[in-house]
Ligand binder design. Sequence first.
Ligand SMILES: [Zn+2]
Length: 84
Amino acid sequence: MSVMECNRKGCMHIMCRRYSTEFGYICSDCYGELERLLERAGSRSNYHLLTRQFMNTEKQEAAETVQEYLEEEFDIGDDDEGVF
Ligand SMILES: [Zn+2]
């Protein structure tokens, strides 16, 4: 049985549930990213070409979340100093 690996170039996500006969599996991350891309594209006639390009575009490192940023910026110090 397949691991249902995301078919987007450079994406290592597996167990994807969305599947296209042409493009293969896509994970929810890439799906969301593609959705935002197509929303900006405007014309419906571009969707298919943009989708093909998208699947061949290397996935970028996901932008850090607010939570990740804050946790890194405001490090929790030494536990035994009784900080607040
Ligand atoms: Zn993916």
